[in-house]
Ligand binder design. Structure first.
Ligand code: NI
Length: 265
């Protein structure tokens, strides 16, 4: 595998640095990211509390941008006041997306709670559409309902299916609907048999690189807490799968991140 040149730059388009996993050493983690050539980190809220922290982190740190939203695992019956808070946050200059939103049927088995996930997912898709903001979508073992909602309720939304975990057929369907696909550490795992084929199938202009840190560390950091600097490994694997140089892949995915999230050059 080709090792990336030292001066190659990247953007981590999905992180959770504002969460408590980084309370002890957040500044060091961001310093290491900068030293590793990470130009920007897009940090996503998962509940009201973390969304607020994410917005504050973006304000305080020049390399961080924020997304605000309610993750399916933190689903609660949202009110108009909650919508208003999300909307207010999006007025901040460095808040660039609604997310992380979506469906998680892996952790949620209860049918009423799953129905709540669907309803607040649709609600936040509506908000994003009104705000003309991209969405960052989580989907774990909810592929069927995700596709139904995207086809029925999200024809005018745009954004990324983050940490894509579906089949090649599903990837093709999402691409046809205009979505970007985000890839993370798991593409580097030995048991990720279908990853190379899927990573190859994504058109260059729809591919985004993410860490989802603190989760999903790429090889050889698997089992450790993930951080933005580790995204270089995921980029090297993705480049290898696609038969491209890591530099070309970095250039393309960095341009994609800038375009989708409207980041300054
Ligand atoms: Ni995430």
């Amino acid at each position: 595998m080709e090792t990336m040149e030292k001066d190659t730059v990247l953007i981590d388009t999905h992180a959770h640095i504002a969460g408590c996993d980084f309370d002890e050493d957040r500044d060091e983690v961001l310093d290491r990211a900068q030293a590793a050539g990470i130009l920007a980190v897009i940090d996503f809220g998962t509940c009201m509390d973390i969304s607020e922290k994410s917005v504050a982190l973006a304000k305080a740190n020049s390399m961080v941008y924020a997304g605000v939203g309610i993750h399916p695992s933190d689903a609660f019956p949202m009110t108009a006041a909650d919508d208003d808070r999300l909307v207010q946050w999006t007025k901040e200059e460095k808040v660039v997306a609604i997310g992380e939103i979506g469906l998680d049927y892996y952790w949620e088995k209860d049918s009423e709670r799953r129905a709540l996930q669907r309803s607040i997912f649709i609600r936040q898709l509506d908000l994003a559409r009104q705000l003309h903001l991209p969405v960052c979508i989580h989907d774990r073992e909810a592929h069927g309902d995700l596709m139904t909602i995207l086809k029925k309720e999200a024809r005018e939304n745009f954004g990324v299916i983050h940490c894509f975990s579906g089949s090649l057929e599903m990837a093709r369907e999402l691409l046809k609907l205009g979505w970007h696909l985000g890839i993370d550490g798991p593409i580097t795992y030995k048991n990720a048999a279908k990853a190379p084929e899927i990573v190859r199938a994504i058109p260059a202009e729809r591919l985004l690189l993410e860490t989802d840190c603190p989760y999903l560390s790429p090889t050889p950091y698997r089992g450790k807490r993930n951080e933005p600097a580790f995204i270089r490994k995921t980029a090297e694997y993705a480049a290898e799968f696609r038969g491209e140089s890591p530099e070309d892949l970095s250039r393309q995915t960095t341009a994609n991140a800038r375009r989708l999230y409207g980041l300054p050059k």
